[in-house]
Design a binder for this molecule. Structure first.
Ligand code: CUA
Length: 179
């Protein structure tokens, strides 16, 4: 019998399981289970997958909160688009809006202080990729993603959109400062 021809005996599934076949099924099953429990283990021990909280929101509700923070704590503006740089108090709730095609505003955080970082998308799916920390979160419209972050290294972090979101996708970048 060859793999490209139909089996000579039609009821092939009634044949006893070959030892090699059984071994491969056992190996595949063991590997499936290993991979499955790796997901759980990696979350706990890998310190890479973030525990995000997710809530429903609307663009209006979210931008009101982001705007309130920007109105209160803006220290300067940067880039040709005059993106506000916001230095909110240590330990507060901070907001970043993702939309075609920027992240708004720029945050200036303090090292070793814990913040609640809220993210949403105003229009389409975007990605929040924080480099070089290698944090990666999908930002979905209609949902508020909350991450508890404690920046432990000062410097300038780049935010890159990593979900293809149209013609300006490659220009969709942002910034986070840690002092
Ligand atoms: Cu936003 Cu790609």
């Amino acid at each position: 019998m060859s793999a490209i021809l139909p089996p000579s005996e039609r009821l092939w599934w009634k044949h006893p399981l070959d030892r090699v076949e059984g071994t491969w099924i056992a190996i595949a099953l063991a590997w499936c289970l290993t991979m499955f429990f790796m997901m759980v283990g990696w979350h706990i021990y890998g310190k890479q997958n973030l525990s995000t909280e997710t809530y429903k929101t609307t663009p209006e509700k979210f931008s009101a909160k982001a705007q309130a923070m920007v109105d209160k704590y803006t220290v300067r503006t940067e880039t040709a688009d005059k993106i506000p740089v916001v230095a909110p108090p240590a330990g507060s709730d901070v907001y970043i809006v993702a939309r075609l095609w920027n992240f708004w505003p720029i945050l200036e955080l303090e090292k070793d202080k814990t913040y609640r970082l809220h993210l949403t998308a105003m229009d389409y799916n975007h990605g929040f990729s924080l480099q070089p920390a290698n944090i990666n979160i999908q930002v979905v419209p209609g949902y508020e993603h909350v991450v508890t972050v404690t920046p432990n290294q000062s410097g300038t972090y780049s935010v890159v959109c990593n979900e293809y979101c149209g013609i300006g996708h490659h220009t969709m970048v942002g910034r986070v400062y840690v002092k």
